[in-house]
Design a protein around this ligand. Structure first.
Ligand code: ATP
Ligand code: MG
Length: 339
């Protein structure tokens, strides 16, 4: 299994946690896992080098603090394994211009960036993502298409995974069997979380306002405040209704995912009590979930040498797998070996 996350903010958020990272930890039990802090992706929009450096470390520390175990999972930084960029180029040469242009995330992000800020890198982002995944094909070459390669993806990444599957099949057809055709893995309990202030838009590191987003590393005070101020509606009923009560529905989803309590049970518990108590209890739940993670993250960041060692070890292991795949790829494509 392969998954990645961008170091595009000072902290991951509740959506990242419930939609992806919590499952990363669980999947270590049953899968050979590769987890990647995708710094190459983070430069597709204008960035600050010092911030990127810092955020990459904080991202890795948060993953470890959440329970990613570097003994079992291969945790690494994308730019430490240059094969990602190399394979991305090759796959880019198999991707139609129109095909890439249909990606809705590109349309959204480029609309936000404006013409001047929209880079070629932002356009080819999904191709790099395909490379990230396909590099970790278990047993690249003959028989690869039969092998299982899982990618846990939130709703927002489904279209990109579909492109990855298309590119894997296209490459295999044109040049001979090389890649596994990855499957979207929707882990049990994964939830799409929306912006607290704009409950029809997804909670996003780069697009949400500070009030709309709950950061994993946030202090309890502001965390509580944001939940108490989350947009709801003029009604009083704690009821799951995506269409008419998007705000409350989002809060119910968060509550249910964190507490492991089914939504109908929550609706019953808060029947007739209005939004206040419901939000207060939810705020406590969020604080209790993230406090230990925040504390562990800070501890990990206090020992940068240890963190660097963990990432170097991860890069070495990921690099071996990537090198194995690229050997097949270069040969298939017709590049002359170095001898
Ligand atoms: P950015 O705004 O920089 O794209 P992001 O918040 O979308 O940041 P990513 O790093 O792109 O975060 O995604 C990391 C993982 O978190 C992906 O698996 C993605 O599906 C998941 N994810 C992101 N936002 C949400 C959300 N609101 N709800 C559930 N899962 C999410
Ligand atoms: Mg994103």
């Amino acid at each position: 299994m392969l998954s990645g996350i961008q170091p595009t903010a000072d902290s991951f958020h509740l959506g990242n946690y419930l939609g992806a990272l919590r499952q990363w930890v669980a999947m270590q039990e049953t899968h050979q896992t590769f987890y990647c802090v995708v710094d190459l992706h983070a430069i597709t929009v204008k960035h600050d080098p010092a911030l990127l450096r810092r955020r990459t470390k904080v991202a890795a520390a948060q993953l470890l603090a959440m329970g990613v175990d570097p003994e079992r999972a291969t945790l690494f930084v994308q730019s430490h394994v240059p094969e990602h960029a190399e394979l991305s180029w090759i796959l880019g040469c198999l991707t139609g211009f129109g095909e890439a242009g249909r990606m809705t995330q590109f349309k959204d992000k480029s609309a936000k960036q404006g013409t001047a800020g929209t880079t070629v890198g932002l356009f080819t982002y999904p191709v790099l993502q395909a490379a990230d995944i396909l590099l970790y094909t278990p047993g690249p070459g003959e028989g690869a298409a039969e092998r299982v390669l899982r990618v846990p993806v939130g709703e927002d990444q489904r279209q990109h995974l579909e492109l990855t599957r298309t590119l894997a099949q296209r490459f295999n057809q044109r040049f001979g069997e090389t890649f596994a055709v990855p499957e979207a893995y929707i882990p049990e309990g994964a939830a799409k979380i929306t912006d607290l202030q704009e409950p029809t838009a997804k909670m996003s590191k780069s697009a949400s306002s500070p009030q709309g987003i709950i950061d994993v590393l946030e202090e309890p005070g502001p965390m509580r405040k944001k939940i108490m101020r989350a947009v709801t509606d003029t009604g009083t009923e704690v009821r799951y209704d995506e269409e008419n009560k998007a705000g409350v529905t989002n809060l119910l989803r968060i509550y249910s995912a964190l507490a492991g309590t089914p939504v109908p049970e929550l609706e019953e518990r808060y029947a007739g009590s209005g939004y206040g108590q419901f939000k207060k209890d939810l705020a406590q739940l969020v604080v209790d979930t993230f406090t230990p993670i925040r504390e562990r993250t800070h501890k990990l960041l206090d020992d940068e040498d240890q963190l660097d060692r963990i990432l170097a070890d991860g890069a070495a292991r990921a690099g071996e797998a990537a090198a194995r795949t690229m050997e097949v790829v270069r040969d298939r494509v017709g590049f002359v070996g170095r001898g």
